[in-house]
Design a protein around this ligand. Structure first.
Ligand code: SF4
Length: 266
């Protein structure tokens, strides 16, 4: 797929209009402020990645399955097997909250950021307390029964905490406990046989969303400044960008403008 420059509205220092900022962009600020600045202030977003269509299919089917129980107000067998008295939450905004680029929204007044993020699901208990639910699909040799200390799982934790923060600001009683419905595609079957089988585990996680306000203020300070923030020292993409630029310049210096003739024709 060809890389195209970013078309979304960019941040302008001092703007009065609320600035829409997704949960994933906030995460990109935490990962690398320079990448965030390049993207949201200067309009150069990261190249897009191939979409994970198999994972998306699993998400879609899980949603359909839980939606059946939502309509009937019945607990899903998975929840029963874990002894949880929770049912999928019925709310008039549920579809909106699950839709990409819409999601659960909250205008954070100190920064004027309109923060949003689309949840996979929400469950509710008998006392009216809601629980954030996130579906995760993978295929590993070992069963996944808990989150580990990889950076991916840290990202999942932050994702859960952002959703909890957003829902708390939408006047819901939100539990600090959220759930990952983790499905793991089995690799030890004898043959493919035109089907994939999965182990499904429910992983509880107790979130702490007290970091969010502070990070939003820092992200605003970053966007308001004219200085390019530092990059992540271990990022292989930046290393590539730097080395490719240097090699390019060196080559042009050695062979003159002729070295660029084919590049210019493209
Ligand atoms: S280190 Fe460079 S490429 Fe990597 S995330 Fe930051 S700005 Fe982007």
């Amino acid at each position: 797929m060809a890389w195209t420059p970013y078309k979304k509205k960019l941040y302008e220092p001092g703007q009065n209009e609320p600035f829409k900022l997704s949960r994933s962009k906030i995460d990109s600020f935490l990962e690398c402020p320079q990448c965030f600045y390049l993207d949201r202030r200067l309009g150069v977003g990261r190249p897009s990645m191939a979409s994970f269509t198999l994972n998306n299919a699993v998400d879609h089917l899980l949603k359909k399955e839980f939606d059946t129980h939502r309509a009937e107000k019945t607990p899903h067998p998975l929840l029963k097997s874990y002894g949880l008295e929770l049912v999928p939450f019925q709310h008039k905004q549920m579809d909106e909250w699950r839709e990409n680029f819409v999601g659960v929204q909250y205008l954070h007044k100190p920064t004027n950021f309109l923060v949003f993020g689309a949840v996979d699901d929400i469950w509710i208990d008998k006392e009216g307390v809601v629980y954030v639910v996130d579906y995760k699909a993978t295929s590993k040799d070992t069963e996944i029964k808990e989150l580990d200390d990889t950076k991916w799982h840290d990202q999942y934790r932050r994702q859960m905490e952002m959703y909890q923060w957003l829902l708390k600001h939408n006047d819901l009683k939100v539990s600090d406990t959220g759930y990952f419905v983790y499905v793991n595609g089995k690799r030890d079957n004898k043959a493919f046989d035109a089907k994939l089988e999965f182990d499904v585990n429910l992983i509880p996680y107790t979130g702490k969303s007290d970091w969010v306000d502070d990070v939003l203020v820092k992200a605003k300070t970053c966007l308001d400044g004219d200085e390019l923030p530092s990059s992540h020292p271990e990022c292989e993409h930046c290393k590539y960008r730097k080395e490719a630029g240097e090699a390019f310049q060196k080559h042009v210096k050695a062979f003159g403008a002729g070295a660029l003739s084919k590049v210019k024709k493209k």
